[in-house]
Write a protein that binds this ligand. Structure first.
Ligand SMILES: *[C@@H]1O[C@H](CO)[C@@H](O)[C@H](O)[C@H]1NC(C)=O
Ligand SMILES: *[C@@H]1O[C@H](CO)[C@@H](O)[C@H](O)[C@H]1NC(C)=O
Ligand SMILES: *[C@@H]1O[C@H](CO)[C@@H](O)[C@H](O)[C@H]1NC(C)=O
Ligand SMILES: *[C@@H]1O[C@H](CO)[C@@H](O)[C@H](O)[C@H]1NC(C)=O
Ligand SMILES: *[C@@H]1O[C@H](CO)[C@@H](O)[C@H](O)[C@H]1NC(C)=O
Ligand SMILES: [Zn+2]
Length: 446
C-alpha cells in the first residue's frame, strides 16, 4: 500500500484519544480562524455599511460653534486661514467631508455678557463671518430652505444653516428678529445660559431676570409666534424645562433641541427628561443628541457605548423618528474617545448599527427627520402668510436696559423734550460682574 496516495491515518492508525485530540485541535483552529475572519469581515463591513449609508443619507448636524472659534482664534479674519484645514479646532471642510456632514447648522453665538450691551452688533458680525465663509468657499452653500438642503446635497456641497444661540441676541425686539431672518437666520435658541427679559435659561450662572414661575412671558409668546410666522425653527436647547414646556404648548410648528441629550442617562440640566421628550414627540419636534462628554456620561470622559445608550434610550422612549444629531463641536472641549472631531460621525453610525439600529432608522436620524421637521416649519409659515408682522413691544419695566434710547413724541408732562436713556442704577451691578462672567466663559459649555 502506498501511503502517499491514501490517508496516513489508515496506514498508521492512532489510538482513539490521540484521534480525538487531533480532531478537537483541528476544530479549535478552524473556529479560531473563523472567529478572526468573521470579526475582521463583520467589523469591517459594519464600517463600510455606515459609510455607504451616510453617502446616501449624509448628515444634517444641528449645532457647531466654529464661528465662535473663528472670532476667538482669528478675530474673524477669514483671509488668514485655510478653511480646508483649520488648526486648533475640530471642524473644517476636509473633516466635514470625511465625516459625511452635508448640512451644518452654524451657531452665531455671542456671550451672555453682551446682553443689554452690544449683543445685536456681535450677532451681526457672527452672521457676517458665517455668510462670508459659506459664500466665498466653493464647497459651502448658504442655505435658507429645506429645498436648499436637498439641492446642495445633489451638487455635493456642504449646506450652512445659520442659527442664533440665545434670545439675548435680539435685544427683546421683534423687528430685530425679522431682520435676522432677512439675513438668512433660520433658527434661534430661546435662551443661552442667561435668562432674557422674556424666557428662562436652564443655567443659573447668570443672576439676571429671575422669574420663579413664568417660563415664557407674554412677550416671549409673541417671539415664538413671530418665529412661527417667519418660518424660523425654535430651538429649546439651553432653555429651562418650564420655558421648554411653555414653548411646546404655544408653538404652532415643530421645535428642536438642537444639541441636548437624555436626562435619564445623564442627569445634567442641559439634557431633556423623558416627560419633556413625550411633549416633544406630540409636537413632532426633534432632539438632536449632543456628543459633549459631560452631557453624555456626566463626567469629563465618555465612550461610544455611553453615547449609544443615549440614542437607545431616546429611541425606546419616543422612537427613532424624533431623533437627530447635534454634535456641539467647537462649543465644548471634551468629546468621547473616537468622536474627537467632525470626521468621526461614521464611527457613531457604526456603533448604532452594532446596536441593531435599522438602516431606515439611521437614515431618519441622519437626515430625513430634520428635513421633515424643517418642511413642516415652512408649511406653518405658508399657512400664516396672511398674518401681519407683530407690532408687540416689550415694556421698559420688563426689559430694564439702561442702554436703551427711547424716541417718542414729546408729551406735556415729560421733563426732557425729546429722548432719554432710562437709567436703572440697580442694574449697573451687572457691569461689575463682567470680569467674573468672563472667567466663567472659559469653563462653561457653549
Ligand atoms: C494642515 O495644516 C498643517 C499645518 O498648518 C499641516 O501640518 C497638515 O499636514 C495639514 N493637513 C492637511 C490634511 O492638509
Ligand atoms: C401646557 O399645557 C398643559 C396642558 O396641555 C398644561 O397642563 C400646562 O400647565 C401648560 N404649561 C405651560 C407652561 O403653559
Ligand atoms: C444626578 O445623579 C447623581 C447620581 O447618579 C446624584 O448624585 C445627583 O444628585 C443627581 N443630580 C441631580 C441634579 O439630580
Ligand atoms: C464606557 O464607560 C462606562 C462608564 O461611563 C463604563 O461602564 C463602560 O465599561 C465603558 N465601556 C467601554 C467599552 O469602555
Ligand atoms: C443584535 O441582533 C443580533 C441578532 O438578532 C443579536 O444576536 C444581538 O444580541 C443584538 N445586539 C444588540 C446589541 O442588541
Ligand atoms: Zn450650546
Amino acid at each position: 500500500m502506498n501511503c502517499h496516495l491514501f490517508n496516513s491515518r489508515k496506514c498508521f492508525p492512532l489510538k482513539l484519544e490521540q484521534t480525538l485530540y487531533a480532531a478537537s485541535m483541528d476544530l479549535i483552529q478552524t473556529l479560531v480562524f473563523f472567529f478572526f475572519l468573521c470579526h475582521l469581515v463583520y467589523g469591517h463591513s459594519q464600517m463600510d455599511r455606515a459609510q455607504e449609508l451616510m453617502s446616501r443619507y449624509p448628515l444634517i448636524d444641528g449645532h457647531n460653534d466654529l464661528a465662535l472659534q473663528l472670532r476667538i482664534l482669528h478675530n474673524n479674519r477669514l483671509s488668514q486661514i485655510d478653511l480646508h484645514n483649520i488648526t486648533n479646532v475640530a471642524t473644517d471642510i476636509s473633516r466635514l467631508q470625511a465625516g459625511y456632514v452635508q448640512t451644518q447648522m452654524f451657531a452665531v453665538y455671542v456671550l451672555c455678557a453682551a446682553q443689554q450691551k452690544d449683543a445685536v452688533r456681535l450677532t451681526l458680525e457672527q452672521i457676517d463671518v458665517v455668510r462670508r465663509m459659506c459664500t466665498e468657499s466653493q464647497e459651502f452653500y448658504l442655505a435658507t430652505s429645506a429645498q436648499d438642503l436637498t439641492s446642495s446635497a445633489m451638487r455635493h456641497k456642504i449646506a450652512c444653516l445659520i442659527s442664533i444661540e440665545g434670545g439675548h441676541s435680539i435685544d427683546s425686539s421683534l423687528p430685530a428678529l425679522r431682520m435676522f431672518y432677512q439675513l438668512g437666520v433660520r433658527s434661534m435658541a430661546i435662551t443661552h445660559t442667561c435668562n432674557t427679559p422674556w424666557a428662562e435659561s436652564s443655567s443659573k450662572i447668570y443672576n439676571v431676570f429671575k422669574r420663579p414661575k413664568d417660563g415664557l412671558t407674554y412677550f416671549g409668546k409673541a417671539v415664538v409666534e413671530e418665529m412661527n410666522r417667519l418660518g424660523m425653527i425654535v430651538d429649546l436647547s439651553h432653555s429651562s424645562w418650564n420655558t421648554a414646556l411653555a414653548v411646546l404648548n404655544h408653538s404652532k410648528a415643530p421645535v428642536i433641541f438642537s444639541h441636548s441629550s437624555s436626562y435619564a442617562i445623564c442627569n445634567h440640566s442641559r439634557n431633556v427628561p423623558d416627560w419633556l421628550l413625550h411633549r416633544l414627540k406630540d409636537n413632532r419636534g426633534l432632539i438632536m443628541v449632543n456628543l459633549h462628554s459631560n452631557f453624555i456620561s456626566c463626567r469629563n470622559e465618555a465612550n461610544m457605548s455611553c453615547v449609544a445608550d443615549h440614542f437607545d434610550h431616546i429611541k425606546k422612549t419616543i422612537g427613532a423618528d424624533s431623533i437627530g444629531i447635534g454634535g456641539d463641536f467647537e462649543g465644548a472641549s471634551r468629546f468621547p474617545q473616537g468622536l474627537e472631531d467632525v470626521s468621526k460621525y461614521p464611527v457613531l453610525i457604526q456603533a448604532l448599527l452594532e446596536r441593531n439600529w435599522t438602516e431606515n432608522e439611521l437614515a431618519d436620524v441622519l437626515r430625513l427627520n430634520f428635513l421633515r421637521m424643517f418642511k413642516e416649519v415652512e408649511r406653518v409659515r405658508d399657512h400664516l402668510i396672511m398674518d401681519r408682522p407683530s407690532e408687540m413691544q416689550i415694556t421698559m419695566e420688563e426689559v430694564q436696559n439702561p442702554c436703551r434710547l427711547v424716541l417718542r413724541r414729546p408729551r406735556l408732562h415729560d421733563q426732557k423734550p425729546f429722548s432719554r436713556a432710562e437709567q436703572r442704577s440697580q442694574h449697573l451691578f451687572i457691569l461689575t460682574l463682567f470680569p467674573l462672567l468672563f472667567q466663567l466663559f472659559s469653563i462653561v459649555e457653549l
